[in-house]
Design a binder for this molecule. Structure first.
Ligand code: ZN
Length: 360
């Protein structure tokens, strides 16, 4: 480490990253707005006290292409409390593990009649947050590696789901659609794929309404036609010199691991490549594990149409989630789109984990 660098030096670093001219830094605070759909609170398996899976679960890199709606076919209880919801999640897990002999809860998520959203099968929540990959479920034969399964507590053969449950289902489906880039038209009922009464005649009849309510929650627009995640292990899409070491130290990492390097005033950036389909505006987000001691002023450089644009990110906090760098005009082509520079004004490792590029 060579000591503190001036902001001007950081900008010079951007120039050294590649072709084009640095157009100055952008502050993260002034960047594009956050995602349109706010996630509901989702209780993780650890939060509601899940048992560990009885055998290893299969987490796959491909993402789901639809949502499947279920009902639990259990009593329509009146207890809307959080503590009851957690106990219900434990009960369902018991049915699936002890009754069915499955490794874990079969469904990815559960919503109680009180409107509490909970993770079902372990790893479902981390993959949803990441917006790519999924744990193979056990909720619908033939669809377990393609569909996110949501169990709605209750029996809806003749009863109507409580409004608090339905409204949460709308918000949650919208969040899933946004994270995985699934069109709201791709919300189905269990009976669409298997001979079953699930999710009950009444809830099944509400699915057209659910699709349109989810579309409205997404702002009336269909998800963007192009969205790609480039991880540091994505084959052929990420390049970094051997000075960038590999770590899996932080649980907030995206995927198996991430790369890190000491800050230094040299041109030695890690690059993310993407095949941009057409010139247009793209939202660019970064994922990194945020740990106290990591670099507080990491330069991300976007190779935008008008020239390189640098966004300074504090990687010591706010990790384990997508952080918006801004919306940029990109030209078409298969090329490096984002670089992480070592030319930082601050101390601590600079991190290169994953980026997401979405047409807006
Ligand atoms: Zn079902």
């Amino acid at each position: 480490m060579t000591g503190h660098l001036s902001r001007r030096d950081v900008m010079r670093g951007a120039v050294l990253l590649g072709v084009g001219t640095a157009t100055g830094g952008l502050s993260l605070a002034g960047a594009a707005p956050a995602l349109a759909v706010e996630s509901p609170t989702i209780a993780s398996c650890a939060t509601w006290g899940a048992r560990n899976p009885s055998s290893p679960l299969n987490v796959i890199s491909s993402s789901p292409d639809k949502i499947l709606i279920h009902h639990t076919a259990s009593a329509n209880v009146s207890d809307t409390s959080l503590s009851y919801a957690y106990s219900f999640a434990r009960t369902v897990q018991g049915w699936h593990m002890d009754g069915n002999g499955w490794a874990d809860s079969g469904q990815h998520f559960t919503i109680s009649r009180g409107g509490h959203v909970m993770e079902g099968r372990h790893n479902s929540l981390s993959r949803l947050r990441a917006g790519s990959g999924m744990v193979v479920g056990a909720h619908c034969p033939g669809q377990n590696d393609k569909a996110i399964g949501i169990e709605n507590e209750g029996t809806y053969t003749s009863a109507t789901p409580p409004a608090v449950l339905y409204n949460k289902l709308v918000q949650f489906c919208a969040y899933i659609c946004e994270q995985y880039n699934i069109a709201p038209t791709r919300i189905y009922g269990h009976r669409d794929y298997v001979a079953t009464a699930c999710p009950g005649d009444v809830l099944y009849a509400k699915l057209p309404q659910l699709r349109s309510d989810v579309a409205a929650a997404l702002g009336g627009t269909t998800p963007p036609a192009f969205s790609v995640v480039v991880d540091n292990i994505t084959a052929g899409r990420f390049t970094a010199s051997a000075n960038w070491l590999t770590s899996s130290y932080s649980a907030e990492r995206y995927g198996a691991d991430y790369r890190y390097a000491n800050p230094q005033a040299i041109s030695d950036a890690a690059y993310y490549k993407a095949n941009i389909p057409a010139e247009g505006n793209y939202r660019i987000e970064a994922w990194y594990p945020g740990i106290a001691g990591y670099n507080t002023a990491t330069p991300y450089v976007v190779l935008a149409k008008g020239g390189n644009q640098t966004v300074i990110v504090d990687q010591s906090t706010g990790g384990g989630a997508w952080k918006t760098l801004g919306t940029f005009t990109l030209t078409a082509g298969d090329k490096d789109v984002v670089g992480v520079s070592r030319w930082s004004s601050a101390t601590g490792y600079v991190i290169a984990d994953a980026v997401r590029i979405t047409r807006v």
